[in-house]
Design a protein around this ligand. Structure first.
Ligand code: SF4
Ligand code: SF4
Length: 486
């Protein structure tokens, strides 16, 4: 067994308030430059909605990700090598700038040069504003715009008509740093690579030749072309910060504290088999089988033999990502049917369920009420299933029932009543495990939400940190700052 480490993230959608702080801080850090004004490595979209770029989930149109051919073999949806080469100069599956949006600015000069008059001068936009990365935020435009949501289109007519009253939630997205990245496979120049030490997917801009096959190859549309440099750019999982043991900018600045970062171990030799599973509803379990239990002695032995250090193994054992996927069984991957084995996982939102029960006059935190609501709610579990489980409602229902049980269980504790062990038992958990789950979801400190081992650093870097010979030449050397997650 070969063992590799993968840096991964989980986002708890129940806690996202759609404030876009993550998007803005990411933009300030990474895409605050010419040529990528339109690019948001982190974006937060409202569901239902069209997303960014518009309708990116419609793979019939954009041909991103992988699909099985008639013989059950994994193929890029964008076609084989020859077909992709033939479309190098005219790629019909490439989103246009208008599918993202045309960035605009404002005529700020008018604020100081406008002639004196009765009204205050304004800074008008310099171009007509017709769409943006966030146009349908919080259902802006309602059914008129959201009816173009590719996921909603697959739902029943009743769901489509009722969604506006039923629910909405926010879906923050970054590059998935997939285990089976179609962007890497689609690039004719070999410019995109997955780091062996932590699985982060990066672009080698020296090698990039601007073919943009990665843009169409990525089903999540998380690679962007810099129109000034002609180079592809993407979310780097903030690797310079990660290497120092710091969380990504989006995670550290997240107002809802809903992001978790940690290591998972995986067997690269199982990736192809998992991505090639025929039944789409079996893809999640297949993806989970690629990931290895860091507490299993045989995995530890193989990991050490593969060169993974004790520090990283300890981080893998403490990984909140592993716990949320396996110990608590809450986290689900986004669109597993794209077969890229994405490594940013999500806890689907329960809140609309609680609100809906409360709106009907019942106790919104009573376990029985909540369980009944999860199963019979007008909120389409099918919609969540189309996002996170390739349309299979059962895993989503299981997660929502666990979250509902946790609320009911914790209410007794909060009110000083005897905890009711039958509540966690009804979802296959113990009270102790459920309490641990609550702590991680609700009140975990940064050191528990972000368990990031330091990357191996070259001796030269250590030498620099410890000081260097120029100190003796009379120059004042400032000490390197101590870096700690907050
Ligand atoms: S989500 Fe990221 S790693 Fe996965 S295919 Fe797209 S760009 Fe590549
Ligand atoms: S900062 Fe956090 S809470 Fe705000 S939109 Fe981003 S993910 Fe959601």
């Amino acid at each position: 067994m070969r063992v590799l480490a993968q840096m991964a993230m989980v986002m708890n959608l129940d806690k996202c308030i759609g404030c876009h702080t993550c998007s803005v801080t990411c933009k300030q850090a990474w895409t605050n430059r010419g040529g990528v004004e339109y690019a948001w490595f982190n974006n937060v979209e409202t569901r239902p909605g069209q997303g960014y770029p518009r309708t990116y989930q419609d793979q019939q149109r954009w041909r991103g990700g992988w699909a099985l051919n008639r013989r059950g073999r994994l193929k890029l949806r964008s076609g084989g090598r020859l077909r992709r080469l033939l479309s190098l100069f005219s790629n019909p599956h490439l989103p246009k700038l208008s599918d993202y949006y045309e960035p605009w600015t404002y005529d700020y000069q008018n604020l100081i040069t406008a002639p004196a008059g009765d009204d205050l001068p304004t800074a008008k936009p310099t171009a007509p504003i017709v769409w943006s990365a966030n146009w349908d935020d919080s259902l802006g435009g309602g059914p008129e715009l959201a009816q173009h949501d590719p996921v909603l289109k697959t739902m029943s007519e009743r769901v489509r008509l009722e969604f506006e009253q039923a629910f909405m939630f926010y879906l923050p997205r970054i590059c998935e740093h997939c285990l089976n990245p179609s962007c890497v496979a689609a690039c004719p120049s070999g410019a995109i690579y997955k780091r062996t030490e932590d699985g982060i997917v990066l672009v080698d801009s020296d090698t990039c030749r601007s073919w943009r096959m990665c843009v169409s190859g990525c089903p999540y549309k998380k690679i962007f072309l810099n129109h000034q440099t002609g180079k592809a750019e993407k979310c780097t999982f903030c690797f310079p910060r990660i290497e120092l043991g710091m969380p990504t900018v989006c995670a550290q600045t997240c107002v809802g504290r809903l992001r978790y970062i940690g290591i998972v171990l995986y067997d690269p030799d199982r990736v192809l088999e998992a991505a090639s599973v025929r039944d789409e509803h079996s893809l999640i379990e297949a993806q989970k089988r690629v990931l290895l239990d860091p507490r299993d002695p045989s995995v530890v032995e193989a990991a050490l033999a593969s060169g993974i250090s004790e520090e990283w193994l300890e981080a893998a054992r403490r990984s909140p990502v592993y716990s949320l996927i396996f110990d608590y069984g809450l986290a689900l991957p986004l669109h597993p049917e794209y077969r890229t084995l994405p490594m940013v996982w999500y806890i689907p939102p329960l809140s609309p369920v609680v609100d809906a029960v409360r709106d009907t006059g019942f106790d919104g935190e009573d376990a029985e009420n909540l369980f009944a609501a999860v199963d019979s709610l007008r909120i389409p579990i099918g919609y969540l299933a189309s996002l996170f489980t390739a349309g299979d409602p059962a895993p989503v229902r299981d997660v929502l029932r666990k979250l509902a049980a946790m609320r009911a269980f914790m209410r007794d504790i909060t009110l000083g009543r005897e905890p009711d062990e039958s509540i966690p038992a009804s979802v296959g958990m113990t009270g102790e495990l459920m309490y641990d789950m609550y702590r991680l979801l609700a009140i975990a400190k940064a050191e528990d939400r972000y368990v990031i081992p330091h990357a191996h650093r070259e001796p030269t870097t250590e030498a620099f940190n410890d000081g260097c010979s120029v100190q003796d030449s009379g120059r004042v050397m400032l000490p390197m700052p101590k870096v700690r997650a907050s």
